[in-house]
Design a binder for this molecule. Sequence first.
Ligand code: ZN
Ligand code: ZN
Ligand code: ZN
Length: 238
Amino acid sequence: MIACSCRVCTSADEKDKRLRSSILVQSSTTTIVVDTTPDFREQMLRINNKKLDAVLFTHPHKDHTAGLDDVRAYNFFSGKTMDVYANSLTEEALKREFAYAFSDKRYPGIPDINLITIDETPFVIGDIEIVPIVVWHYKMPVYAFRFGNFTYITDANRIEEKEKEKIKDSQVLVVNALRKEEHISHFTLQEAVNLVNELNVTQGYFTHISHQLGKHEEINKTLPSNIRLAYDGLKISI
Ligand SMILES: [Zn+2]
Ligand SMILES: [Zn+2]
Ligand SMILES: [Zn+2]
């Protein structure tokens, strides 16, 4: 966190250095990013990602959308419009916050975006099937996504029973665990552990971690053997 000198922010462990939460989902033919954070550019440069077929959005909060402008690099090298999948709530925010990208008058170099409205209906991008799952971020509906046996949930603190059914028996579940203390719109560490157990998931990883949680190594030691804190650069193969 900017201007913080706590023991996590000053830790020498690389795993305590976190950019904002996002994932890259890749098959042999298709590459998708979930959320374009303010760190999107740095995240793509860090892994030298040369191809991006689509962006999926979970919700309109700035820490998940602010990097959208930088898809223009992919527009430039592919010569194609970027498909961006979001619900109508997120679309409204994108049109407001990136108004220049959606105006009739297009000046050169702006991102070229094709908005595709999604609801709870499963859909396919390339050869990747995607099941949207509605989770609650206090009062805001947020989309989690299931890709085969892998489910990604960011920014949630409540999930309705019928949506939990869609997550059950995932091989891997990535879910937000902000800190130990209660929070109005994020799962705590214990709530996230309980969710992994309840949903009969083989392996859980926690993301969207605050510096308030504690150091990576120390927290990992307290977790059940099938749950680990995620970290920047973590790769999971399914
Ligand atoms: Zn700190
Ligand atoms: Zn949020
Ligand atoms: Zn967030």
